[in-house]
Design a protein around this ligand. Sequence first.
Ligand SMILES: CCOC(=O)c1ccc2c(c1)NC(=O)[C@@H](C)N2
Length: 116
Amino acid sequence: SMEYKLQPFIMLQRHTLNLLQEKDAEDIFVNPVSDEEAPDYKDIIKHPMCFSVMRNKVDTHRYKTMEAFEADFKLIIHNCCMYNAKDTVFYREALLLKEEGMEIIKDAKLIAEKVG
Ligand SMILES: CCOC(=O)c1ccc2c(c1)NC(=O)[C@@H](C)N2
């Protein structure tokens, strides 16, 4: 059935997410930014995103394409660069993660065409 056909795609997304999360050495992108850490975060960032939310969306089949998966990854980076000043560790970590992450996603999109 379609359900079993989707499994390779879900496995590919889980594997890709694991590779992305490995690049977040300090685990700053894993969980939602808390009110304690950043009291004004919700005033500034209207669409929060993090790896744990992405994992839940993968597991509940919310990403129909790798482009939709990629869009949430880019949202994580964008939010971090909007909220944190350019001279912060967070901002620099986001730029690094973007460089490494987009290579990982490029490979995943090529594989997605195959398991498609
Ligand atoms: C222990 C203090 O932690 C933080 O202040 C903090 C912890 C995690 C964060 C964050 C801030 N800001 C962010 O934009 C995203 C990347 N994550």
